[in-house]
Design a protein around this ligand. Structure first.
Ligand code: AMP
Ligand code: MN
Ligand code: MN
Ligand code: MN
Length: 290
């Protein structure tokens, strides 16, 4: 017998660019009724142990995850790894290499900001944060705090995004390398928020084919940044390409009231949920009984 439960397979803690510590992400998930949560920080699994401990205490299921940065045809693609073994050596080494690339890019962003008259962003915001995965979001918050942008969107448009004064293109790992790291750690690879990539439909399907050929198995159909139309479109693509469907809010912070853990993540009919083979329902049933 299957049991309805609330599942969210994509969110961030303050080990990357979220604002809450892992235990608070888990507590929030519990409070809003999420039963199964994957923590998927950018290029790090360092928050998983704390999240796992909190999940046990809160009585929810924590799926160890990660969101890996990939460069494909000069474009950044995010690949979520679910159910990864966080102790896997190759995965940890691969993520450590990405974290170094992040620091190098952050230094370059810091230099560009200084040239444009914004001082101290790298040292005061990014280096001082002392976290494994430094991101553009950290710069964006600094720019906001110091009056250089009125909101996150403007921080990216004016400064950090492709049109911005301090834009530095990320040079990440290949699609095949990311999938191999995830598979090698016993996990399942999923293309994150596919509607967000600014590529033609043909390019997108090339990317998904390459992803599948490399051993990737899923695509996010329902996610925080997808419209109803996006959801229908990717449900169809997932079915046609025989990819499993995933769902994830991409929650980063309570400050963004548009995105909440577990909110509106229903899959259209016909999708095969990636968690169907995980044997989750019995665990959820047991928890409901006890
Ligand atoms: P990075 O991986 O360091 O290049 O940073 C990318 C992160 O920036 C994404 O994961 C988002 O969380 C965030 N981001 C990108 N664009 C925007 C935007 N327009 N507004 C707010 N956050 C954004
Ligand atoms: Mn992010
Ligand atoms: Mn992402
Ligand atoms: Mn994300």
């Amino acid at each position: 017998m299957s049991v309805a439960f609330s599942i969210d397979l994509h969110c961030h803690s303050n080990l990357s660019d979220g604002t809450l510590p892992p235990r608070e992400v888990v507590a929030r998930a519990r409070a809003v009724g999420v039963d199964v949560l994957a923590l998927t920080d950018h290029d790090t699994v360092e928050g998983i142990a704390e999240a796992q401990e909190a999940a046990l205490a809160e009585g929810i299921v924590l799926i160890p995850g990660v969101e890996i940065s990939v460069t494909w045809m000069a474009q950044t693609i995010h690949v979520v790894g679910l159910r990864v073994d966080t102790a896997n050596v190759a995965l940890c080494e691969g993520l450590a290499a990405l974290q170094l690339k992040r620091i190098e890019r952050a230094r370059a962003i810091g230099h560009k900001l200084e040239k444009a008259g914004v001082l101290g962003a790298y040292e005061e915001a990014v280096a001082a944060a002392g976290i494994p995965a430094v991101t553009r979001t950290h710069f964006a918050r600094y720019l906001l705090e110091h009056g250089h942008a009125k909101d996150m969107d403007q921080a990216f448009k004016r400064w950090l995004g492709r049109t911005g004064k301090a834009y530095v293109r990320g040079e990440w790992i290949s699609l095949g390398e990311a999938v191999a790291l995830i598979k090698g750690a016993g996990g399942q690879a999923v293309v994150a928020h596919p509607a967000r990539y600014k590529v033609t439909p043909r390019r997108l399907s090339d990317m998904l084919r390459e992803f599948k050929a490399a051993g990737g198995v899923g695509v996010e159909v329902a996610c925080g940044s997808h419209s109803e139309d996006d959801r229908r479109r990717f449900a169809l693509i997932a079915t046609q390409m025989q990819l499993l469907s995933s769902v994830g809010s991409d929650f980063h912070s309570p400050a963004n009231v548009r995105v909440e853990l577990g909110r509106s993540l229903m899959l259209p009919p016909g999708c095969v949920p990636i968690w169907d083979s995980w044997g989750l329902a019995p665990r959820v049933e047991l928890q409901e009984v006890s």
